[in-house]
Design a protein around this ligand. Structure first.
Ligand SMILES: NC(=O)c1ccc[n+]([C@@H]2O[C@H](COP(=O)([O-])OP(=O)(O)OC[C@H]3O[C@@H](n4cnc5c(N)ncnc54)[C@H](O)[C@@H]3O)[C@@H](O)[C@H]2O)c1
Length: 346
């Protein structure tokens, strides 16, 4: 396939780009290169004849039209978004602009391109979204594809809005779409402001390991390479108009997760005492969802997808990657001054 991947210089998008090229697909990476992007994430494929990069903003309709007409993709995988909940609390406007208006422009550009091509049957617009659109669970239950939407942060509300637009474009204009809603990802190239890199890098720097509230919030963790594999499966084989929930069946409270990371670091980079001694409880995130859990039965039963690693294996791989790639994360930390607490203005 020839794939147009938006947000391919970000964390998940770059995993999709690397994997797609490795599988023999042609990839056009469309990215505006916001603070969250890093072209080093795709350096391993940059010289491949299967890879092209287009610096463009998904809100720039003229640029989208030009890129679609020039590269003529068989499918669009739309990942570009503002993605950090804490930033959405401090500055929700960018999230509305990028995630809702940007998706609107992507849909309109994709629709015009698809119509101009004679509505090819195989074309797909794959919208990549999050399980956070479903809101917050109590102690039991899991999100299925039929769970009603109940977003509670500016980030998740903007993603929910974009999901609704995608379904509306399928119903109203017949645009061939597939959607996926995924749980929390982690792994290599994760931007240093997100929980797992913050913990690893603060631990190594001898800094406090901040845990929001009492650390009881539960997330369903998925290794990013397993997400990328699921996305490439859905874009190729997913049923039109259908959405697929993707999750690792790896529920952990934030406190458990941080303790596991500390135990791994204690083994791999021993120091006097344990890294767990650096754990510090800080004021909770406003509107902090208590628990997310995904029921991945549909993608497992219909498309045969399963995560390849457990959370224990994935965290080992992740810690190894951060230990081996200090130049990557140091450059980002220096460029963006990562470290100050975000999301407290509410
Ligand atoms: N990170 C997670 O755990 C997770 C889980 C489920 C779903 N998602 C979804 O997956 C997608 C990718 O998430 P991520 O964690 O890789 O995000 P990220 O923040 O790491 O990367 C986002 C990328 O989008 C680009 N971008 C942002 N605004 C743009 C614009 N206006 N035009 C063009 N490019 C723009 C950025 O430059 C960046 O490269 C998002 O849609 C997110 O909602 C993320």
């Amino acid at each position: 396939m020839k794939l147009l991947v938006t947000g391919g210089a970000g964390f998940i998008g770059s995993a999709v780009v690397r994997r797609a090229v490795a599988q023999g697909h042609s990839v056009v990476n469309l990215d505006a290169l916001t603070y969250a992007a890093c072209l080093d994430n795709v350096a391993s494929v940059a010289d491949s004849p299967l890879y092209a990069f287009e610096k463009a903003d998904i809100r720039d309709r003229a640029a989208l039209d030009r890129i679609l007409a020039q590269h003529r993709p068989d499918a669009v995988m739309h990942l570009a978004a503002e993605s950090h909940v804490d930033r959405s609390i401090d500055g929700p406007g960018t999230f509305i602009d990028t995630n809702i208006m940007g998706t609107f422009h992507m849909l309109e550009a994709a629709r015009a391109y698809w119509v101009a091509q004679g509505r090819p049957e195989g074309f797909r617009f794959h919208h990549i979204s999050t399980d956070e659109v479903f809101g917050s669970l109590g102690a039991t239950g899991q999100f299925t594809e039929d769970t009603p939407y109940d977003p509670r942060s500016p980030y998740s509300a903007s993603k929910a809005g974009s999901d609704h637009l995608v379904r509306a474009w399928a119903e109203t204009y017949g645009l061939p779409v597939v959607l996926t809603n995924c749980s929390n990802n982690y792994g290599p190239f994760h931007f240093p402001e997100k929980l797992i890199p913050v913990i690893i890098l603060n631990a190594l720097a001898g800094k406090p390991l901040p845990i929001y509230g009492d650390g009881s919030n539960i997330r369903d963790w998925l290794y990013v390479e397993d997400h990328a594999e699921a996305l490439l499966l859905v874009v190729a084989k997913g049923e039109l108009g259908r959405s697929y929930n993707i999750g690792g069946e790896n529920e952990r409270s934030n406190l458990d997760l941080v303790r596991t990371l500390c135990a791994i670091l204690d083994r791999k980079r021993p120091k006097e005492g344990s890294y767990a001694d650096q754990i510090t409880f800080v004021t909770d995130r406003p509107g902090h969802d208590a628990r997310y859990a995904i029921d991945p039965a549909r993608i497992r039963d219909e498309l045969g997808w399963r995560p390849s690693v457990t959370v224990e294996q994935g965290l080992e791989l992740t810690v190894d990657w951060y230990l081996e790639n200090e130049s990557w994360w140091r450059a980002l930390q220096e460029r963006h001054g990562v470290g100050e607490r975000l999301g407290v203005t509410a």
